[in-house]
Write a protein that binds this ligand. Structure first.
Ligand code: NAD
Length: 281
């Protein structure tokens, strides 16, 4: 058996009952960042809805892992870009868990192509899931937060939304026009929603990952050559792992961060420090 890394050991030591009694929904939670986030929210004491769009088995695995912390969880299949399915997903959550305290709008995908080759289907699919999906989920969450209001024994806020963005909300990315445009949109969605809803006790923030080892970007790190190229873009010289993002989301969702409103937390090993300028310019 290998011993845990210092980061894993620190995570296991963290008491983190930070979200005791809260109800969280994570979209796209059967893999990658969403999976790690759903598990860590459960470890922090939240009951969790594990949304997935395909692959029930993987989602049920996540549910079992979350339940091992003594909290409740269930898997719910829904396409976040479909209004009827999103509305039904939130209605069931209110029925089963009583309310929604935390939304992690994480589901996302890529359909890469050079701009001149990009089809309208590729463009629409990425905008539908990455941007419209976040709008639809955030709207349902806000409606429930407004209905319930603040319950001081649960949280100082009426509700928390964490939008999964990307460093590409500000870094242009050739060959990924649809994806970069969707994440740029997420930045303004997050800020506008935060401005509009903060007076009602709703905190909206974003996490912007850099390069994280997940199925979405396997080709960027799965050979030593690819990883070496990628590391040139990361001043901290480490590719991130899903728990790096999960911990940032958990803290943002908790009352420890109660005064953080409308902010993007970049979790990127310094990728947004424009490392190309370390020697050039
Ligand atoms: P991933 O492919 O493992 O996760 C994306 C999840 O979204 C998958 O489980 C997928 O099934 C789900 N999904 C796709 N379409 C959906 C839909 N219509 N409805 C519901 N779920 C749907 O990759 P990941 O890296 O874990 O990505 C999670 C989020 O993190 C995405 O929003 C992505 O843009 C963002 N992100 C990832 C990285 C990275 O380096 N991995 C960097 C920046 C941002």
């Amino acid at each position: 058996m290998t011993s845990p890394s210092p980061a894993d050991a620190a995570r296991q030591r963290m008491p983190l009952p930070l979200l005791q009694g809260q109800k969280a929904l994570v979209t796209g939670a059967s893999s990658g960042i969403g999976r790690a986030t759903a598990v860590e929210l459960g470890q922090a004491g939240a009951d969790v809805v594990v949304n997935y769009v395909a692959g029930r088995e993987a989602a049920e695995d996540v549910v079992r892992e979350i339940e091992s912390f003594g909290v409740r969880a269930y898997a719910h299949e829904a396409d976040v870009s479909r209004e009827d399915q999103v509305v039904a997903m939130f209605a069931r959550m209110v029925e089963e868990f009583g309310t929604v305290d935390v939304l992690v709008a994480n589901a996302g995908l890529q359909r890469d192509a050079a701009a001149a080759e990009m089809t309208l289907d590729q463009w629409n699919k990425v905008l539908d899931v990455n941007l419209t999906g976040q709008f639809l989920c955030a709207r349902e969450a806000v409606r429930e937060f407004d209905r319930r209001g603040v319950v001081p024994e649960v949280s100082r806020a009426a509700g928390k939304i964490i939008c999964m963005s990307s460093v590409h909300q500000i870094i242009p990315w050739s060959g990924h026009l649809n994806y970069a445009a969707s994440k740029g949109g997420v930045l303004m969605l997050m800020q506008t929603l935060a401005q509009e809803c903060a007076p009602r006790g709703i905190r909206v923030n974003a996490v912007a990952p850099g390069a994280i080892r997940t199925p979405i970007n396997t080709s960027a790190w799965d050979t030593p050559e690819a990883e070496a190229e990628l590391l040139k873009l990361i001043p901290y010289r480490r590719v991130g792992d899903p728990p790096d993002i999960a911990t940032a989301v958990t803290l943002l969702a908790s009352d420890l961060m109660d005064y953080v409103v409308g902010t993007t937390l970049y979790v990127d090993g310094g990728m947004t420090l424009f490392p190309g300028f370390a020697t050039g310019g």
